[in-house]
Design a protein around this ligand. Structure first.
Ligand SMILES: [Zn+2]
Length: 422
């Protein structure tokens, strides 16, 4: 196990230059071990004689009520609340989430230790010293992180979401994967029956039990216009990003499809018959069908340079992203609160809501990308990456990518295995 950890952790390029066959062999051994490695978890009891009662906080419970139930005096309750606030930043309990353990040396003894577990990754202990003073210590618990692999195939009539769910990819992970792929793919035109995709992502365990899904580590999709691959990677400055197989930044400064999973109802074209006007004119953007009120996220970080109404666009917003790029969003039912000319927005921030104002036959988002003053096709324009790798990071990335690829190859034939992450 240690060897794989070293490779994945390594900042030392020389040490990371390992033949693929060796990596594979090591991972295979690790997987065989981890598969049978069941962790029963640390005991919370301080000794055989310790007696622990566990309380899951319910609606209406307060710390003082719970403590008084356990036999604490008012003075103790005040003291404990004080150290909890100052040393662990806990001022209230959350119903159905927080768990409290009361530990006694014998069933009739007073409580001499309180353990509050506000999350699977944090443990707060309150103990009483010989002088009767309450002390508090908070400890962060590192999750046991495991990489798991899911693969699927697009079938006739499938959406990517449907196929992903069938492959056993959890909703949250699927949404993230979609967001990532949307930088590279046009889901309308690139997705066909028979295509394969796969995802490597983390599951976080605590005491041998799965608590939550973690981060997406790698994504592959056999799109019509070529295989799309993306890998999560931490640069030497600790910044994390996603990169394609050659180490080019995969996160683009703009999104091709601002609204996830929305069907394209009209593509970019230099001439089309206008559905309302009836005559032929250029369609300078892409239309996405979505119901009225669907939030419209900014395609990229930028500044609002126009917000208003005109007969064609209805309610619209225009964002400027950098010296070259602008985007426009039309037919909104309304604008997001506080988004006015001059507002700085983040990528993904809601700027308004889908509607059918202006020249429109039904609720949809009309989306334009303008590059150096000229309208371009959002589905095909080559978009600039947010971050690229320097020379050293790139070399390190390419080694790391081989390890992930090898891991995915192996997991693809052993879907019930996982890779123990450092
Ligand atoms: Zn349109």
């Amino acid at each position: 196990m240690k060897k794989v950890k070293d490779i994945i952790n390594s900042t030392n390029v020389a040490r990371a230059v390992v033949a693929l066959a060796i990596v594979l062999a090591i991972i295979a051994v690790v997987l065989l071990i981890t598969r049978h490695n069941h962790n029963d978890g640390a005991s919370v009891l301080s000794g055989d004689a310790a007696h622990t009662s566990v309380v899951v906080v319910a609606a209406g419970d307060t710390l003082s009520n719970l403590l008084i139930d356990q036999g604490f005096s008012n003075a103790d309750v005040l003291e404990i609340a004080k150290v909890l606030k100052s040393d662990a930043d806990i001022t209230s309990l959350r119903a159905e989430r927080d768990k409290i353990e009361f530990v006694r040396t014998s069933p009739d003894a007073p409580v001499d230790k309180i353990v509050i577990i506000p999350s699977p990754w944090r443990r707060v202990e309150i103990t009483c010293d010989d002088a009767g003073k309450w002390l508090c210590s908070a400890q962060d618990i590192e999750p046991d992180r495991r990489a798991v692999y899911r693969a699927g195939e697009i079938r006739d009539g499938d959406s990517f979401y449907l196929a992903g769910a069938r492959a056993g990819i959890p909703d949250g992970i699927l949404a993230e994967v979609y967001d990532l792929l949307a930088f590279e793919m046009d889901f309308e035109r690139d997705v066909r029956a028979g295509q394969h995709f796969s995802v490597l992502y983390e599951e976080n365990f605590s005491n041998g039990k799965k608590v939550e899904n973690g981060r997406v580590l790698a994504v592959q999709f056999e799109a019509l216009r070529g295989n799309v691959k993306m890998y999560r990677f931490k640069k030497s400055d600790d910044k994390v990003g996603y990169y394609d197989e050659n180490g080019n930044g995969a996160i683009k400064s703009l999104k091709r499809t601002p609204i996830n999973n929305a069907r394209v109802t009209s593509s970019f074209s230099t001439s089309r018959k206008h559905p309302v006007l009836g005559y032929t004119r250029a369609h300078k953007g892409v239309d996405f069908r979505a119901s009225t009120g669907t939030p419209i996220p900014a395609a990229g970080a930028g500044r609002v340079v126009a917000r208003g109404y005109n007969n064609g666009h209805g309610n619209y917003i225009k964002l400027r992203h950098n010296a070259s790029y602008e985007t426009l969003y039309a037919h909104m039912s309304r604008f997001a609160k506080g988004v006015v000319v001059g507002t700085t927005v983040k990528q993904g921030q809601t700027i308004g809501y889908v509607g059918s104002t202006g020249l429109s036959t039904g609720p949809h988002l009309h989306y334009e990308i303008i590059k150096d003053g000229k309208h371009v096709n959002p589905m095909t324009v080559k978009l600039p990456a947010i971050s690229n790798l320097g020379k050293e990071d790139k070399a390190r990335f390419l080694e790391y990518r081989q390890v992930l690829d090898a891991g995915m190859d192996l997991l693809s034939t052993h879907p019930d295995w996982f890779i123990q992450l450092p």
